[in-house]
Design a protein around this ligand. Structure first.
Ligand code: ZN
Length: 276
């Protein structure tokens, strides 16, 4: 019968539609829990480290809300990431010959009591560039202009562009002037990002929410942690530098920078895994 056959066909369509919905829900859970990683990379997200029931704040970007995902972070958001096991680092070194090394050694003597440009890193300090392009960041660091009336110019060892490209501007075995009080012990990493008049925490939340850039930053930090045996708690933000145990400045200088505050550094650390 037409009516009966139609009813039976409708029932089958309902059953199939239900199966599709269930399959999509399972897929959504798998994605939220980072279960679908690519070969040779690790997929991970901060969501596993979130405190249940904590108050939430407005998220700067949609992080893939799902009815079955855990509660959002109380402080900031970051997406699940595909983090390569070994980051691709593009060497684009600044001019750092004998003159700049001599300026650096003299700076180290004045501020740390150690006249050397050699670095044995025990910490990593995260920054954002307050600019929109890698080329502008590089030009600033290449210029080697005095800062606070002293040479050498400021710099960072690495700059992570918004598309995930990692540039090495200075080898991490050379002192580079990026953080008052910690240049004698710390590698500096800049993320290309402007605050655009927003709160500085907003800027770092943009970095965390930008998958390619965040994944590259995590892969780079993990690579440096393995190379120099640096623990997660020694990965800090510029805004945290004055409170670091290693902070030292013989001329009484202090940082007045606000980039990478503790909540966002905490979110970044939760993306790190212990090196294999
Ligand atoms: Zn900074």
């Amino acid at each position: 019968m037409k009516g009966g056959a139609g009813y039976a066909g409708g029932a089958r369509r309902v059953a199939m539609a239900t199966a599709v919905v269930v399959a999509l829900l399972v897929l959504g859970v798998a994605l939220d829990q980072g279960l679908l990683g690519r070969a040779g990379s690790a997929t991970r997200g901060w969501v596993s480290g979130v405190r249940a029931g904590a108050p939430s704040s407005a998220a700067p970007t949609g992080a893939g809300a799902s009815p079955v995902s855990p509660a959002p972070s109380p402080t900031t958001t970051a997406p699940a990431l595909d983090v390569p096991a070994a980051p691709r680092i593009v060497a684009d070194h600044l001019t750092f010959g004998a003159p700049r090394k001599a300026e650096t050694a003299a700076y180290a003597a004045r501020h740390y009591g150690t006249r050397t440009s050699r670095l044995r890193p025990t910490m990593i300090v995260l920054h954002y560039s307050e600019s929109d392009t890698y080329s502008s960041v590089r030009s600033l660091f290449e210029a080697d202009l005095p800062n606070r009336g002293e040479e050498p110019g400021t710099c960072a060892h690495f700059v992570v562009d918004q598309d995930g490209t990692i540039h090495e501007l200075v080898p991490p075995t050379l002192v580079c002037r990026h953080t008052v009080g910690l240049n004698h012990v710390a590698i500096g990493i800049e993320f290309v990002q402007s605050s655009r008049g927003h709160d500085p925490r907003w800027a770092t939340q943009q970095v965390l929410a930008r998958r390619a850039q965040a994944a590259a930053g995590v892969a780079l930090v993990e690579h440096l942690q393995r190379r120099f045996a640096i623990s997660d708690d020694k990965v800090i933000g510029h805004a945290m530098a004055n409170q670091a145990n290693e902070f030292r400045d013989l001329e009484g200088w202090r940082n007045d920078h606000v980039d990478w505050q503790a909540p966002e550094v905490g979110a970044f650390r939760r993306l790190l895994t212990q090196a294999p």
